[in-house]
Design a protein around this ligand. Structure first.
Ligand code: BGC
Length: 715
């Protein structure tokens, strides 16, 4: 009803517009904005990047930051961090902060969330994405979008679709089976546009089945509009359009790009010429403008039902509180032998932090996801803040990165589309650096030996030199010879606490056997360093769970050992649906840490799992109601993530199928179908109920802590 009404109103307006006016609305007139039509009260559509905050202001026609001091914002944990919380309500809250800040900064569309499936740990933009699992991604991203959009700002879920690597992202063609597309790469988008009701969606740079996604008749026309009934706005990725006729005839609504020749964009003058020549009908343009005008009504930008538009707010104390809570819940305790952690504040007089990431700032890097954070608490600052003045907190660098900090050139974005739009980054090494690294290492080890410290924490991992748009990693190795450093530190300090910060997993094989306490922290936002300190010192009980498999090496990941990845014209996703844990579990490849893994300082005990069939009702679609009891049997309060998997035994699953037909009929042994995060006081028991969709015939339901740790199975 509402839909019909706003469509009707949009058509009424379209009739009043000239062709020039309409064309102005369907392509960039500035780097982040289209043109409005003043005489009819139609404003331009103003966009900005996310997802970790609203990006700084740029000049309208040049990638130079304006440089004012009023565009600093709340820096939110990256989407991988958010996914680690497995917390829908928190995802909604984080989305709500982003939406309110975007509105507060005067934006109409926030270019977030990024939800592409993590097919390989090497994809440089993985930190912007949620998970390797479509269900987890879809659930969290849909909540996030709902949070964004309560503030009269449109989310723009991106990048549709199968945008799973940066290498040659502008030209590469994805060759993926229809089944894998439907079961793995599309479901989260479907959730985002249906349940999440995302008011806009961004096309991907890459090609799919030979068509560029931003002008694909199949993806945008057949699937998005026809099958899914989508009537939101489809925006191209910046520079993702390549042909006037194809773009005009596809279901793309707005063409954006990285250069300032706005009138020459494919959907600007060249499109007008086609209409003037009579080779293209103006009706295609009208349909696009209708979508845009419907969006403007939904956001209360132009006359609509439902009152005044919200004004938003940014940098509020409540926003910082949400950033802190999300950071806390995102920390994943990977290993904790001999209860090394938490550290005891009272027993510590001297503490040493080793590693550049202890004091590094990450908000200003990563590509289009960079932001100007209002502040960013580093781990060093967070630990110092928490311990106060009676404890000596020392720092020694230990290793040195190459990155300069902020984006190296102001014109990064335009340049980033050269060379096919992305490449494989192998790092920069030279002998002088090797010498320098040895010096730094020796100094750190000496300081540990001589400093008489009660605790030593190594804080290393990656940074946005590696986790970045426009580049993929060549492997999962820790850069800057950190492996050697950790190894040497462990020799002199057996209870060394190892903290890794990064947007994607790293190889740990060189030292994981010896390290007793290992903590994973993502780019966790402005409060990340403080949240980490709270976890290390037991003020917060860790409750993060891995939203992706941490492989031992990237060659254990199916995209690399079965499929193709990287620099070929056509990238064959030969692994089909067997991505992430679906591959490892089915084919018996042991990861370093499995999907869903994450320890706590307390113990959770499961019992009494049951299930019953629920019929469809007004509140839900029906399915199977799984219930069980969870008890916190330890002596601290904590949160557990109950994970539900569909389990399908498959005998022949251990060997990679010989033919495509065999592969097509094979199902994964485990698939996530439900989850819930539950808070329990020490000694408390709760009954948990989770509604899951119907399962495959002959399959079972497993309840547990991770994909590997399923303790209760119901047939
Ligand atoms: C990225 C998008 C981003 C856009 C605008 C592109 O390079 O792929 O994710 O929203 O630029 O900055």
């Amino acid at each position: 009803m509402e839909r019909d009404l706003i469509r009707e109103r949009a058509w009424e307006l379209v009739e009043k517009l000239t062709l020039e006016e309409k064309l102005g609305m369907i392509h960039g007139a500035q780097l982040f904005s289209t043109k409005g039509v003043e005489r009819l009260g139609i404003p331009p559509l103003v966009m900005s990047d996310g997802p970790m905050g609203v990006r700084q202001e740029f000049e309208p026609d040049c990638w130079r930051a304006v440089g004012n001091t009023d565009d600093m914002v709340t820096y939110l944990p990256c989407n991988s961090a958010l996914a680690s919380t497995w917390n829908r309500a928190l995802s909604f809250a984080v989305g709500s902060v982003l939406g309110e800040e975007a509105r507060g900064r005067g934006k109409d569309v926030i270019l977030a969330p990024g939800i592409n499936i993590k097919r390989s740990p090497l994809c440089g933009r993985n930190f912007e994405y949620f998970s390797e699992d479509p269900y987890l991604t879809g659930e969290l991203a849909a909540s996030y979008i709902q949070g964004v959009q309560i503030h009269d700002v449109a989310a723009c879920v991106k990048h549709f679709a199968a945008n799973n690597q940066e290498t040659e992202r502008l030209t590469m063609d994805v060759d993926v089976s229809e089944r894998a597309l439907r079961e793995l790469y599309l479901p989260a988008f479907y959730q985002c546009v249906t349940k999440g009701n995302s008011l806009s969606i961004m096309g991907a740079y890459n090609r799919l089945y030979k068509e560029h996604c931003c002008q694909s008749k199949y993806l945008l026309g057949e699937i998005l509009r026809k099958e899914w009934g989508y009537d939101g706005v489809v925006i191209s990725d910046w520079g993702g359009v390549h042909n006037t006729m194809l773009a005009a005839e596809s279901q793309l609504d707005i063409e954006m790009s990285v250069t300032n020749n706005f009138q020459e964009y494919f959907m600007a003058e060249p499109l007008k010429e086609k209409i003037d020549q009579g080779v293209l009908s103006e009706a295609f343009v009208d349909e696009k403008v209708v979508h845009i005008l419907m969006l403007m009504q939904r956001l209360h930008m132009i006359e609509s039902e439902g009152g005044k538009r919200k004004s938003g707010a940014y940098n509020t104390p409540e926003h910082r509180q949400t950033a802190l809570q999300a950071a806390r819940e995102s920390v994943v305790l990977l290993k904790n032998e001999d209860a090394c952690l938490p550290l005891c504040h009272e027993q510590i007089k001297r503490i040493l932090l080793v590693g550049e990431n202890a004091k590094r700032i990450h908000s200003n890097g990563g590509g289009s996801a960079e932001i100007q954070a209002l502040y960013e608490i580093s781990p060093l600052m967070g630990i110092h803040m928490l311990l106060g003045g009676n404890v000596t907190v020392d720092f020694v660098q230990g290793y040195e990165s190459m990155e300069k900090g902020a984006q190296e050139e102001c014109n990064w974005q335009e340049r980033s589309l050269e060379h096919g739009g992305g490449f494989v980054y192998t790092g920069k090494e030279d002998t002088k650096e090797a010498q320098r690294r040895e010096e730094l290492r020796n100094k750190a080890v000496e300081q540990v030996l001589e400093g008489n410290y009660d605790a030593v924490i190594f804080v290393g991992g990656l940074n946005h030199e590696y986790d970045s748009e426009g580049r993929d990693r060549s492997d999962m190795k820790l850069p800057y010879e950190q492996d050697i450093l950790i190894h040497e530190l462990l020799k002199v300090k057996q209870d060394l606490v190892v903290v890794m910060i990064g947007g994607s997993p790293v190889e740990m094989g060189e030292w994981i056997g010896e390290a007793r306490a290992v903590v994973w922290s993502w780019y966790a936002g402005m409060e990340g360093g403080y949240a980490l300190a709270e976890v290390l010192f037991g003020k917060v009980n860790p409750s993060g769970r891995l939203p992706e498999t941490f492989y031992k090496t990237h060659m254990d990941c199916s995209a690399h050992c079965v499929g193709q990845f990287g620099g070929t014209d056509t990238v064959n996703y030969r692994e089909g649906i067997f991505v992430g844990y679906r591959y490892n579990e089915t084919f018996g490849v042991e990861p370093q840490f499995c999907f869903g893994h994450g320890l706590s300082y307390t113990e959770f005990f499961y019992e009494g799992a049951e299930c019953k069939r629920e019929s469809k009702s007004l509140e839900n679609d029906g399915g199977i109601l799984v219930s069980c009891q969870i008890t916190n049997s330890g002596n601290r309060a904590g949160a557990e993530v109950i994970q539900i998997y569909q389990i399908t035994e498959c005998e022949e699953g251990k060997i990679w199928p010989a033919t495509e037909e065999e592969l097509e009929s094979l199902v994964p042994v485990k698939e996530l179908i439900g989850f819930k995060k539950v808070y329990l006081e020490s000694g408390e028991t709760k009954k948990v109920e989770i509604l899951v969709k119907d399962i495959r015939e002959g399959s079972k339901i497993g309840v547990g802590k991770s994909v590997e740790d399923i303790c209760l199975v119901i047939s």
